[in-house]
Write a protein that binds this ligand. Structure first.
Ligand code: PMP
Length: 396
């Protein structure tokens, strides 16, 4: 832990109005996280004036780094014309059209304010369309903070909610097939992330995904692929790298240009269940859903994220993973996402912080378009300097 007197002062003040000193459980690093002041490009400045190369990027959302000029201009233009309305706008049509072009399986979209909401609403859609209640999900995978995706027995999650959840280990095909045999008839959907961060950030095997798709289709179970985190790795999302088509997909993070967003996409015949003119339509609202600030900023962010930029970012990711592996770190990931596995992630986190490098508290890191090879070299150098202090080996 390094000396951050202004962050300590803020924390002391914060705990008097915010439990634990902030709003996001997911940001906790013991004893307490530092406070951000501002950011520009791939750098973030904390309240004590430390400048950090940001590989956390608000948990991977800021694929263009901080304060991107074109995205800020789009957001500012939206704010100047009224930040939200009790009417739809053309901007949500434009972002939906862009996503229709990028995501092969999805020809209809709905917007929400977060990935959490998108997953929650997508599960409701699957339940409504199939008339079944249960959801199969994978142990340790994170899908936000709706009750149904939290671990059974988590504080505040009723047993009744977890009774409709079947959980199997990630990547274990026999366990998956056994669960589908046992619970198939009551399953509305399988909630699947092809590279779950919390469960190790390892891409799923091709054969596994192929079997998952075939076995769910055969049983009338919808395949819900959560790409809130992974969409950044390919122009059409991680799903486009597998010859497998989910029925519903959820996006978030990068598609909002740094503003609150979530999205649910799927084939028209499934998604039309949301059509409010229909009898028994699936309910989904949200005062700020599809607000023009997120829509306009998100569209610019997506337009800036061309195939060429994704390729360049992914190559930088490869460069970083290779450099870290050569130093002896256990590193997983794909494209512009990586995860370093150590026994004590908090210790690694603070050591890197002292070296001017910010990663996520669990060892997740990601690249942003303001970065180049020199930045990656600089980051690799910081890892090399801390390697001796924290040890590079882990059971992963
Ligand atoms: N799904 C996945 C795979 C995620 O990584 C996250 C957030 N890290 C979510 C859902 C929830 O998104 P949000 O934080 O925007 O609610």
């Amino acid at each position: 832990v390094i000396s951050l007197p202004l962050a300590d002062q803020l924390h002391e003040r914060a705990v008097r109005s915010l439990p634990g000193g902030n709003t996001r459980t997911t940001l906790f690093v013991p004893p307490h996280p530092p406070y951000a002041a501002k950011g520009s490009g791939c750098r973030l400045v904390d309240v004590d004036g430390n400048v950090l190369v940001d590989l956390q990027n608000n948990y991977t959302a800021l694929i263009h780094g901080h304060a991107n000029r074109e995205i800020a201009a789009a957001a500012n233009a939206a704010i100047a014309e009224g930040a939200s309305f009790g009417m739809p706008t053309r901007h949500e049509i434009e972002l939906a059209e862009l996503l229709c072009e990028r995501v092969a399986i999805a020809d209809r979209w709905r917007f929400a304010n977060s990935g959490t909401e998108a997953v929650m609403v997508a599960i409701r859609l699957a339940r409504a369309v199939t008339g079944r209640a249960a959801v199969l999900r994978f142990a340790g995978a994170y899908h936000g903070s709706a009750d149904v995706v939290l671990a059974a027995g988590a504080p505040g999650v009723p047993a009744g909610v977890s009774a409709d959840v079947v959980e199997v280990p990630v990547g274990d095909l026999p366990a998956l097939l056994a669960a589908l045999d046992e619970h198939g008839e009551r399953l509305a959907c399988v909630l699947f992330d092809a590279m779950p961060n919390r469960a190790g950030l390892r891409p799923a095997e091709r054969e596994y995904v192929r079997t998952l798709r075939a076995e769910t289709a055969r049983r009338g179970i919808l395949l819900l692929q959560d790409e809130v985190l992974t969409f950044r790795v390919a122009h059409g999302g991680l799903q486009s790298l597998y010859d497998c088509e989910p029925d519903i997909t959820t996006l978030g993070k990068v598609i909002g240009g740094g503003f609150p967003i979530g999205a649910i996409g799927g084939r028209a015949e499934i998604m039309e269940a949301f059509d409010p003119a229909r009898d028994g339509a699936v309910g989904h609202g949200g005062t700020f859903s599809a607000n023009p600030v997120s829509m306009r900023a998100g569209r610019v962010a997506m337009e800036l994220l061309t195939r060429a930029e994704i390729e360049r970012l992914n190559a930088l990711g490869e460069q970083l993973r290779k450099a870290l592996a050569e130093q002896g770190w256990t590193v997983t990931g794909l494209g512009s996402l990586a995860r370093v596995h150590v026994d004590d992630p908090a210790q690694l986190w603070w050591r890197l912080y002292r070296e001017g490098v910010l990663i996520a508290a669990n060892g997740l890191l990601c690249l942003s378009t303001p970065m180049d090879e020199a930045v990656v070299d600089h980051v690799a150098g910081a890892f090399e300097r801390v390697a001796g202090q924290v040890g590079t080996s882990s059971a992963a």
